[in-house]
Design a protein around this ligand. Structure first.
Ligand SMILES: Cc1ncc(COP(=O)(O)O)c(C=O)c1O
Length: 381
């Protein structure tokens, strides 16, 4: 694929194939067509839009390029991407996953996968011993999220890959929080990387999308077959939006990450705040492990209020952030994980994982950090 030798700031702009190969247009126009003419009955490069179209091909290659992979598959949402990646398992297989998962993934793994005959064991992914112990004769893979959401638990990717290789297991990793600019799991030996492109890759809170990437041609064939058969593909218009969003990924991540560190440091000293979770903080417990496998701390942080009763007034008073279950937009997004992103998780499990009612997650946007800080201060007063 073109562009492998470029640095990430160039790759996000030029994306391997930035202009339309058919007309030379500066961006690939939206090919709003469901089907393609077969001259004389012979199909061309594209035959039917579910199987492929120029916009999808372009954006799939773009994300694959950023992850250092050969193959990418653009899906209609992050959950569709997770479902597509998990189609690599079949009835009778067993998966090992962390308890501390994004709420939608938790719902998929606990409620949908078992109906398909796939069993799942949940262990603490910060403990390689627990992961190893969970492996049984029918285990086929590990599902990983690091940092975890919203507790910021870090999994040792090199250790997990070594364990997987020892036992011939697949490794699937949700890289939504980090983006390929900060963490490139395939380079550490992970088999399949998943993104909710709704988040940082799209970057403007105007799109629902997911991407699965792999460098393994056999897995790629199976993913392609599933996606074409199942049909949860990304539409031409949404591919266009995703490609457009990607062009500023580096600028957005750099700006948001710098503000996230400043907010995390300031929140730590605020009298209303009990604790702040952010890998960029000097006192972050697993800082060394995180930075051994990622080049940045990202733009999301969590903080817990000393008094959970103050959550309501904070959510009422805060003005700049949108209050919503999402992350990765140009605007700051404030999430009450208990009632929003992790609503699907039982209360006792949330409490056990430290996802208390007083915990809030900030996905820091690209606004001026001083305006954000002023806003949080007035809302916390
Ligand atoms: C880490 C993570 N993975 C997957 C998803 C699901 O993505 P989508 O909402 O695009 O289906 C989300 C959504 O919040 C997420 O935060």
């Amino acid at each position: 694929m073109d562009g492998k030798h470029y640095r990430s700031a160039t790759q996000v702009v030029h994306q391997g194939q930035d202009r339309d190969p058919y007309t030379g247009a500066s961006t690939v126009p939206i090919y709003q067509a469901s089907t393609y003419h077969h001259p004389g009955g012979i199909p061309g490069e594209f035959d039917y839009a579910r199987s492929g179209n120029p916009n999808r091909q372009q954006v799939e290659q773009a994300v694959a390029l950023l992850e250092g992979a050969q193959y990418g598959f653009a899906c209609s949402s992050g959950m569709a991407a997770i479902g597509t990646a998990l189609s690599l398992l079949k009835a009778g297989d067993h998966l090992v996953a962390p308890e501390d998962l994004y709420g939608g993934s938790y719902r998929y793994l606990t409620q949908l996968l078992p109906d398909l005959g796939v069993s799942v064991s949940y262990v603490d992914f910060t403990d390689l011993g627990q992961i190893k112990e969970a492996i049984s004769a029918n285990t086929r893979g590990f599902f990983i999220e690091t940092p975890s959401n919203p507790s910021f638990l870090i999994s040792d990717l090199r250790g997990i890959v070594a364990l997987a290789k020892q036992h011939g297991l697949l490794t699937l990793l949700d890289n939504t929080f980090m983006t390929p600019l900060l963490q490139q799991p395939l380079k550490l030996g992970i088999d399949v990387v998943i993104h909710s492109a709704t988040k940082f890759l799209g970057g403007h809170s105007d799109l629902l999308a997911g991407v699965v990437v792999t460098d393994n041609s056999e897995l790629a064939q199976r993913l392609k077959r599933f996606l074409n058969g199942f049909g949860a593909v990304l539409s031409p218009f949404d591919c266009f939006l995703l490609s457009r969003g990607l062009k500023t990924l580096k600028l957005r991540i750099d700006a948001a990450q710098s503000s996230a560190l400043q907010l995390a440091e300031r929140l730590q000293t605020h009298p209303a705040v009990a604790r702040v979770l952010y890998p960029g903080l000097d006192n972050f417990k697993q800082r060394e492990l995180h930075f051994s496998q990622a080049s940045g701390a990202g733009a999301v942080l969590s903080f817990e209020l000393k008094d959970k009763a103050r959550v309501k007034s904070l959510l009422q008073k805060v003005r700049l952030p949108i209050i919503a279950p999402s992350l990765g937009g140009v605007e700051t997004i404030l999430t009450h994980c208990w009632s929003m992103s992790h609503a699907a998780m039982p209360a006792d499990l949330k409490n056990r994982l430290g996802i208390g009612e007083g915990l809030l997650r900030i996905s820091v946007g690209i606004e001026d950090v001083e305006d954000l800080w002023d806003d949080f201060c007035q809302a916390l007063a």
